[in-house]
Design a protein around this ligand. Sequence first.
Ligand code: FEO
Length: 392
Amino acid sequence: MHRELTSNVYAVGAIDWDRRLFDELVPLPDGTSYNSYLIAGTEKTALIDTVDPAMTDVLVRNLEELDIDIDYVVANHAEQDHSGSIPRILDIYRGAEVVCTPKCKDLLERLLGVPEEKIVTVADGERLSLGDKTLEFIHAPWVHWPETMLTYLREDRILFTCDLFGSHLATSDLFVPDEATVYEAAKRYYAEIMMPFRTIIKKNLARVKELPVDIIAPSHGPVYNKPGFIIDAYVDWTSDDLKNEVVIPYVSMHGSTKQMVDHLVDALIARGVTVKRFDLSVSDTGKLAMALVDAATVVIGAPTVLVGPHPRVVYAAYLTNALRPKLRFASIIGSYGWGSRAVEMLKEMLSSLKLELLEPVIVNGRPVEEDFEALDRLADAIVAKHREIGSI
Ligand code: FEO
């Protein structure tokens, strides 16, 4: 089924209601969509992005309903959930050419075997006329791959942003139905996909804000017909401001680390600090990633397995390091039986974040009075640091 965004601009993508995992890593509690858009000008027609190869048939059916020939397939991004149906589209629409950045050309050839002669590259700022509609291409490298670009439809003031501003959300609504729901899904998406590129995205936001935009049409989730909502959210998430928040991912095997986490959580709440606590045995890693978007501090709760941190904690530390949140402070708490290198190993795993490490609290066996006092001192140190950076 196709739907009209504005006159002669159609949504022709696919809703993936049932998908629960992306990249075999990212949880999709609400499914997702692969948005593709058809722009029919008076002289030429362009398809903006395609869909995941698992849903090519849906795209083909939607295009058949419209019964319009395609001259250009604009590939804003080479990742297969958007580019994977390009080979089939080129088979059906024999005269169509792919339009993309030079880096994207290379990737499309390598990833999908798209023939070189079918690809036309465009420079940053280049325009392409479809007759009464004009496309303008904006190179946006590292949002979130090196080849990414945005496409601006001047006459209709629509910005097609592919992954940028997207949300993994399957919904029957073409436009954002409820900003609170979409905010949650878009923040999760930002945390999992975009956060490592925060500073680059910040620069791109400045360019987006210069354009007169009435509609932002991403390639996942609903379309924004009030784009200020998502632009403001991105300005907040990418800003250098840190919130008076502590994220505590932890595992407890026999209860000692949990007792320490319980105590620290209460101590922080009593001091006016917001706490986001995650038992890694059952937590959704997407929620952990979202909590890391704003927080000033992470405290990892790690029992010792053999001599190192529990493997679930290793996974969370690896993920935190890779997602590059704007955290400033870290600490490690936990218990061990006969020996532990958990602190050294976790410090090493978080090394690319260049965090200031606050005095860890590592206990041999179950925590006793003096350990709880050490946790109180850690809570005091966190408050002092948050004050120092202006989060309080
Ligand atoms: Fe939705 Fe980077 O692909």
